[in-house]
Design a protein around this ligand. Sequence first.
Ligand code: PLP
Length: 405
Amino acid sequence: MKDIAEIRADFPILNRKVYDKPLVYFDNGATTQKPQCVLDAVDEVYKSYNGNIHRGVHFLSDMSSESYEKSREKIRAFINADKREEIVFTSGTTGSINGIAFSFGERYIKPGDEIILSCLEHHANIVPWQMMCERKGAVLCVIPINDNGEIILEEYYKLLSSRTRLVSVTEASNALGTVLPVKEIIDAAHSVNVPVLIDGAQGIQHGIVDVKTMDCDFYVFSGHKIYGPNGIGVLYGKEKWLSELPPFQGGGDMVDKVTFEKTTYNELPFKFEAGTMNYPAAIGLASALDYVLNIGREDIAMREKELLSYATDRLSAIKGLKIYGTSESKISTISFHIKDIHQYDTGMILDKMGIAVRTGNHCAQPVMDRFGIDGTVRASLCFYNTKEEIDTLADGIEKVKSMFA
Ligand code: PLP
């Protein structure tokens, strides 16, 4: 693996100061910072070959289209999907889940049908299903979690029934860091012919995702959480599902023939890409994936495991600090609360020390309800973070405590 100093030099923002202190960026779960190659790739589109994709016959349009389709191929290879037709660009994880929830609901859902989620879901993997259930008279069923923040598999098996139409779960909890046993979840659902959507927003950047081995029916993620630009996301779907599902948006490019009487749709994946897509961001995302591959996904996972272990040891040694999410199987995210100090106060004081952490319910209110709290402080680490930064955080927390003593 590249030397850490070299890695950090790839991310211009990591060099900046905040309130005259070196930035310690521990909010990678919310969004990751971008390496120079990603900034350059997006810049290059606008500077030298910007033209709307799939529309013109002119040079710039051709060049943009070619680059956009090359990005699709890179994403296919990155998650090991079978075909490029199975890779749909969207605006992000939220856009992908809303799209599938709408289309799946229109095509397959009847009153009384059930959708299974887990208690660990981000609101983006709850609300779109709830909206669909309200429209279609279907019901949400929720897999409970234990005190470590792990889903209780036996309860999941009990929820699976002849009424279940789809299971949609996160690969890893953004609020607690728990990694879910997605293979077991998928295998059990498939044994009763139920498809599974995996929300990879917190999974894709921490390890090797192989949708073929996982055998999920849908896999979704956001570009900005894997060092790519904002405004781009991916919806992977097995071809058999994407062929059957109706489009979730209508407009230019997703059509074959349009008359006022009837419209026929474009082939996959374009059927799901209505209007002008964010092709500069898609091109930037491909560059981010190249960057990740270059660093090495196994090395990234190993380094993050080491950082998680170091941070867990350092933070658990702080008196009055309680960690939420104590599973053995976690991404490098630590959610915590300091006794008698509100999470916003902790977050705001840490911010003044140049330390960026997330505070609040992390768009996962059901998780907070499960633990009877209204929020936590969350430090989400990634491979460009260092043990020294973790020390700075631990010292910062001690200072917060002393201010409230
Ligand atoms: N799912 C999970 C697990 C997340 O952590 C997030 C964002 O934090 C989302 C979905 C939504 O992602 P986006 O806002 O990029 O659409």
